[in-house]
Design a protein around this ligand. Sequence first.
Ligand code: ADP
Length: 454
Amino acid sequence: MHRLLLLMTTTTYRAGAFLEAARRLDVPVVVGSDRPQVLAAANPAGNLTVSFLAPDAGAESIVKFTREYPIQAVIAADDDGVILAATASAALGLPHNPVKAVSAARNKHRMREVLTKAGILSPHFMQAPISEDPAVVAHRVTYPCVLKPLFLAGSRGVIRANGPAEFVAAFRRIVPILQAPEVVAQGAELADRILIEDFIPGVEVALEGLLSDGHLRVLTIYDKPDPLDGPFFEETIYVTPSRLPVTVQERITACTAAALEALGLRHGPIHAELRINDRGVWIIEIAARSIGGLCSRTLRFGAGISLEELILRHALGLDPSSFFEREGQAAGVMMIPIPQPGMLREVLGKPEAERVPGIEEIRVTIPVGQELVPLPEGSRYLGFIFARNETPERVEASLREAHRRLTFIITPPDDTAMNGTAAPSAEVEAPTKEEARRSRYRTGLVAGGSRRSH
Ligand code: ADP
């Protein structure tokens, strides 16, 4: 009998899709989580509490568990579990990525070192300890540059600086993000420094792939039609198939394959972000996992199977090759931008937005009554809009129109604390990316006014 171990933290967005895929495959699943599950006692074969932050100890508990409940594959739902999944798979003799390769992909500085050494186009980079005086570091940097944590995801803490003054402000803004207790626990010594890279202009794409014994199978390439020029890098629209010329797509694939080889990644899902400009194709980031958030809902393969089902079939050694073909329609997602910080009070216009032709679903993932924290501090998505249509152009247009019909009622932050009562709500029509950026300037976030940890 096949049994799968799915490693997922309690905060992952990916749980539902993987569990649903396992259900469809009718494979028993063990959920390996960082916190005890409420119903664990009722189903000891289905739950395992395991430390994601100490992969050796975690792998040991997994091996012990398998003596009673054998496991055929260990899969990490997202970044948090990839090192543990590789370590446990090695201990169990299951097909896996080398732990060293996965660790390199989890450390953006190490990744840059490996790529540069392999001669792969990759920005110039350096790192600076957070204890260093940013005004001094600012003189050693070429501009424009991008400052970023070495191990976070979702563009958290990623800031562009065009000169020394912006560099100092950005550096000072990243330090408290890295000093939040849960971030220190997650990053350990990687939380002590900031990576600084040349800013690479250009269009950005994401590549979703599956590695089998070192061979890369491209599952899809997404275009990101909104420019990502900073100062923060909030992702919005992903549309597939890519509208880039086939020759450019081939170069994207070749560049990704070369980077994977340099890193030593060989098995399982991969997700890469690349930029293309007149100097070539650049790896921004490459990870040994599938796409994050709820974005995988844009993908359907073969007779309608999900990305997660493909990944599980692959992991279980069930030949997935008959499912590799993506569906004929175009598809896309908008990660709804957070228009301004504050308390989410109400979401208006959802039925109208859902009526836009091509729109399949709108999911607001931050509950009303909770705080919205924009980038660079924020770590949660406001929500997702999904669309399918005949062409990528139509998908993009549907996503934009649906977004335009949404209105978010947000109470500004700090007012409750200052006055003891909530200030009147602001009606925020879903803004364009540029408006959202301006709104952030208005609220003083860019100047470094608000510092909230979460
Ligand atoms: P994360 O893993 O948090 O998403 P990334 O390193 O992928 O961090 O950066 C997030 C986004 O920031 C990228 O998708 C890209 O748009 C932008 N970015 C990061 N580094 C650079 C760079 N060197 N040049 C240009 N843009 C960058």
